[in-house]
Design a protein around this ligand. Structure first.
Ligand SMILES: NC(=O)c1ccc[n+]([C@@H]2O[C@H](COP(=O)([O-])OP(=O)(O)OC[C@H]3O[C@@H](n4cnc5c(N)ncnc54)[C@H](O)[C@@H]3O)[C@@H](O)[C@H]2O)c1
Ligand SMILES: [Zn+2]
Length: 341
């Protein structure tokens, strides 16, 4: 089967069924599966012929300790430099296992079966992997492309509604960054339809992956354009730091709303397009009010590790399907967000 996308000539991305793809891709390899407790329990019959290494769930376990535990298990199970690591799970599993694979014996081959919507449209694609250090997100990691990524949308049926919606925030993000047709298609559908219409979901995932792949192709190491993928994220990270009321995708939706408001104030975005963005997010079930006050959010933004010295890269929508990176001093950022409408 031909891949839907190829990233940097090395990583093949398939939006397809796992049972069709994996036997082809893993033929003849000494495979070790890394997954998490929830996925292992939901899919007990998946890949029974290979040893499974099960890691605990949750962002608090995306750590060097978990990476070390994977290394130890690989060693105990006899994995060598020719072994292949297959990570099966959401972004936490693929980020952690990708890092474990790219450092075990200075790097072994690895691939992903991505099982969350967020993982499929964002985390599993693009070659960034890593773990948190002392609560700071993704502080240790590498840029190493997985040999393949399989996005099997049928596995999203078991995803809790809230996790599914979180992934949709990243889909909307991709549409605003670079795909006005995807945005329109989302406007014409509903949350329930996306949950239940397999063909539609597959098309939507493929389109969102396409946006990410195109950007990573041009800027793998986030020297410029890849920053666009952080639309809504500067504020979302601040919301996540200050409150546990929202998960990542929910916070990204609020972040996109806040930045769209700014873009209208700065006369970069029309009010009509801003209303379409908010309208779509609301229809998909997102709450667009921040659980944290703006003052606290802006104070937190200054501490983001992606801020470059005194200046912040803010991703600003100029139209649906076109965003730009604005480099702002912290004071300018404060002014922009705090101007009266
Ligand atoms: N590397 C990147 O470029 C990149 C990009 C975006 C996000 N990320 C990272 O991704 C992580 C978040 O990923 P996530 O949202 O997938 O979280 P996750 O991996 O924690 O998955 C969410 C929950 O869903 C469960 N789950 C997974 N597949 C399931 C399925 N098919 N059915 C039912 N439950 C299932 C998991 O066990 C977990 O409890 C964050 O750590 C973030 O930093 C990385
Ligand atoms: Zn995100």
């Amino acid at each position: 089967m031909n891949p839907d996308f190829t990233v940097r000539n090395t990583s093949r991305v398939y939006v397809a069924r796992a049972e069709e793809l994996l036997p082809q891709r893993l033929c003849g390899e000494q495979v070790f599966v890394v997954t998490d407790e929830v996925v292992e329990a939901l899919y007990p019959d998946l890949l029974p012929h290979y040893p499974h290494i099960c890691i605990p769930c949750g962002e608090q376990h995306k750590t060097l300790t978990t990476v070390e535990s994977i290394h130890r298990r690989l060693l105990a199970l006899g994995a060598d430099r020719k072994s292949f690591l297959l990570a099966v799970g959401g972004g936490i599993v693929t980020d952690t296992a990708g890092f474990a694979a790219s450092t075990y014996m200075r790097g072994i081959r690895f691939g992903f079966l991505s099982t969350t919507l967020l993982g499929q449209v964002d985390a599993s694609v693009g070659g960034k992997n890593g773990v948190n250090v002392d609560g700071y997100k993704n502080m240790a990691g590498t840029f190493t492309q997985p040999e393949f990524v399989v996005c099997d949308t049928t596995m999203l049926r078991t995803l809790p509604e809230r996790e599914f919606r979180a992934g949709l925030a990243e889909v909307v993000k991709s549409a605003i960054i670079a795909d006005p047709n995807l945005f329109e298609r989302l406007e014409q559908t509903s949350f329930t339809q996306l949950r239940s219409d397999e063909a539609l979901l597959e098309q939507v995932v493929r389109a969102a992956v396409g946006v990410k792949v195109a950007i990573v192709e041009r800027d793998e190491r986030e020297a410029g354009e890849r920053r666009l993928l952080n639309l809504g994220h500067t504020l979302a990270h601040a919301i996540e730091k200050c409150s546990h009321a929202m998960n990542h995708g929910e916070a990204v939706a609020v972040g996109m709303r806040l930045v769209a408001d700014c873009a209208v104030r700065g006369a970069w975005l029309s009010a009509a397009e801003r209303n379409r963005i908010c309208g779509l997010l609301t229809r998909l079930g997102f709450v667009l009010e921040s659980p944290v006050g703006l003052d606290r959010l802006l104070a937190e933004v200054g501490k983001d590790k992606k801020s470059d010295g005194e200046s912040i890269h803010l991703i600003v929508p100029h139209a649906i399907g076109h965003c730009e990176v604005h480099t702002l001093e912290k004071e300018a950022l404060q002014t922009l967000f705090k101007q009266d409408k």
